[in-house]
Ligand binder design. Sequence first.
Ligand code: NAD
Length: 445
Amino acid sequence: MTDTYTRLVSKGLGRDVAKKLGLPQPAALRRYEPGQPLSNGPVLLEGSSPGADELAAELLRWDVDVRRHAVPRERLGGIVLVLDDVESPDDLEKPVLTAASSLRDLAPNGRVVTISRAADGSPPEVAAARQGVDGLLRSLAKELRAGATGNGILLADGVTATAPAALGALRFFLSGRSAYVDGQFVRISSASGELPADADKPLAGKVAVVTGAARGIGAAIARTLHRDGATVVAVDIPAAGDHLAAVANEIRGTALQLDVSRDDAGGRIIDHAVRRHGRLDIVVHNAGITRDKLLVNMDRGRWSSVLAVNISAQLRINEALLASEHFRSNPRIVSVASTTGIAGNRGQTNYAASKGGVIGMVRATAPLLAGHGGSINAVAPGFIETEMTARMPFATREVARRLNSLQQGGRPQDVAEAIAFLASDAAGGISGEVLRVCGQQLVGA
Ligand code: NAD
């Protein structure tokens, strides 16, 4: 699965030449496998707030080797920087520079996670300190090397650092599940959610529907939700029926041949899940298409087909879900957007309109699901190695692959891991958010 360039520069002469010329040398990323330890070394927890003390106690319960003070030259699996009490930009100096002196000890594939508060609604000086963490973390993520990543958890006012979704996000960021998530923040808006009894089976007992599951990212999502304990309904168009059946059989789920842009798609999905599996807990809107053309050459067919599959179908299915009595017990919706919907991309106005639409839809739908303990979020992949991106012209593909902090494309699995996390009970306090899985793409927004 490693691309040719990465193979060339990872050993022998290729490695020496790449080093001399200052060419990118992508690291092999540490990806999650069941049973793997949460962190690949001790975790240094910096910060002096009550939240930091409570978190240290929690990490110990997870069998993590926690340090409250750096041990010289000890290889660290992670550094957690708790900044939830900063009230002025001056407050950043001490904790940040203390953590800085340990950065050299971060192991390959190590993790830096900040925990701070969302800036909105606070007085100017407090907001300056809180927003400062944003710039700090995004810059630090660009400085880290050897597969190490930096991500942040933003607590809304009134939410503690040990709220279930904050702990869930911390586990996600420390673990190999977040291998291709870099330079991102996730906002915890409430204390909703519940940590799973078994960290390796967080979706045990759930029934999940995944659209576009016959191949690519959708197939990886279906396999990952199954691995995490869910029973999966794999949905795709009839023309992909053979591949769909193969995926469904492999994960002991069921296949539903359905074009998601049909008017009755929502009803058919609910009926199938309830009839075959007795319930419906999770819907992942992954099915998507591209029909690229510069806008100046855009025709109605290309525009309307992309909008129909990528956003109108999701809106209509969600209407059916929101109206259904079968989708009322902590329901989860996760939509696949794209960094193109955030930063834009030449030749993709139709696709970007549809994916920007997904982000708008997710934000507006979040309050509608809150009443039932539900959540809806989007995951925005950057460059992921699939059949969709294999069709890109060689030079464009090679540039897209390298222009991110991790200097490589992501794998379908990486997107699937983020979706599995947002679909879990632990993530209940996260809703209306967009989580990018893009290795911290360097171009665009
Ligand atoms: P893919 O083309 O490999 O797979 C898409 C799947 O969706 C196919 O199995 C297809 O048959 C199915 N599908 C298409 N139209 C459908 C319909 N009307 N009803 C039901 N199923 C339908 O694509 P992928 O790369 O795996 O992308 C999956 C999702 O991720 C898409 O939403 C895509 O926009 C998004 N995405 C991909 C990348 C990337 O780099 N590959 C980046 C950002 C976002």
